[in-house]
Write a protein that binds this ligand. Structure first.
Ligand SMILES: [Zn+2]
Length: 279
């Protein structure tokens, strides 16, 4: 009966993570975490990928194929499964997650703090503007953890995506945003691990050099998937599918994935395979 913290770093591509997340890479090197190369869904856009991360379905199936399709999810998600089993849920995230999970319209004042026992996300703290500072977001998440200790907690900072759109995926600003992410994780992850969380750090999509994503290029589509305290550390040789995120979260929580979540869960003893050869 583990608790799970799902940290989705918006717009953090695989290469940026491997180059600039020294703390996370150090955990991999020390055998404390396992890293998979993860292939994001198509289109490699935020709202479609959020829905896929939550439901394990590709956009072609769940139907949210544009950032401007603003509606509540009609699918079974990690939050609805968790609630159906009486587990507590929380999120510190962009308002689009509140729209998908808990419904529309999202009022930027009334809905920025949501505490609803019956909602898929019971305790939510949401921001609306993309330049919301990442450290503030992590502190909001930590406050929810201290107050409510949700069994499933979503943490979703926007700093990398914002810097990438403003300055490009090879810019100094983007590299700084990735490094700030790493420092935020360094400060908060030890306490969350000590509080009993299994921690996943991944991304919705990457970022091209010209500040875009949505297509099939590796910079836009390949993202990291770090699992702390996996049965086996190091770097996995095989590539993982983003549709595995939802069944992985539920399996780690000791809950059955929904029948619609058909991708294999990552990080269970049975799923461990070969390490990548040394580069
Ligand atoms: Zn973006």
């Amino acid at each position: 009966m583990s608790k799970v913290m799902l940290i989705v770093i918006d717009g953090l591509g695989l290469e940026a993570a491997r180059r600039h997340l020294g703390v996370m890479e150090g955990l991999v090197e020390a055998g404390e975490a396992r890293l998979w190369t993860m292939r994001a869904v198509l289109p490699s856009l935020s709202r479609p990928a959020y829905e896929s991360i939550l439901t394990g379905l590709p956009p072609a199936r769940h139907g949210i194929t544009s950032n401007w399709m603003v509606r509540r999810s009609s699918q079974t998600s990690i939050f609805t499964v968790a609630r159906a089993h009486g587990r507590g849920t929380g999120a510190a995230a962009y308002s689009w997650f509140a729209e998908l999970a808990n419904g529309v319209p999202f009022d930027p004042v009334a809905d920025r703090e949501q505490d609803h026992a019956d909602a898929p996300i019971q305790h939510g703290r949401y921001y609306v503007l993309d330049p919301f500072p990442d450290p503030e977001l992590y502190w909001q998440a930590d406050l929810l953890v201290r107050r409510h200790a949700p069994d499933l907690m979503l943490v979703h900072p926007m700093g990398c995506d914002y810097a990438g759109h403003e300055h490009g995926g090879e810019s100094l600003a983007y590299r700084r945003a990735a490094a700030l992410t790493d420092d935020c994780l360094a400060q908060l992850v030890p306490g969350w691990r000590a509080a009993g969380y299994r921690i996943i750090v991944t991304a919705d999509h990457g970022m091209s050099a010209d500040g875009r994503h949505g297509g099939t290029d590796a910079e836009e589509r390949l993202v990291p998937f770090y699992l702390l305290d996996a049965p086996q550390g190091g770097v996995a040789a095989e590539e993982a599918d983003q549709l595995s995120v939802a069944p992985t979260v539920l399996t780690l929580m000791g809950l059955p994935p929904a029948p619609t979540m058909t991708a294999p869960p990552l990080g269970s003893e049975a799923s461990m395979t070969a390490d990548a050869p040394e580069a």
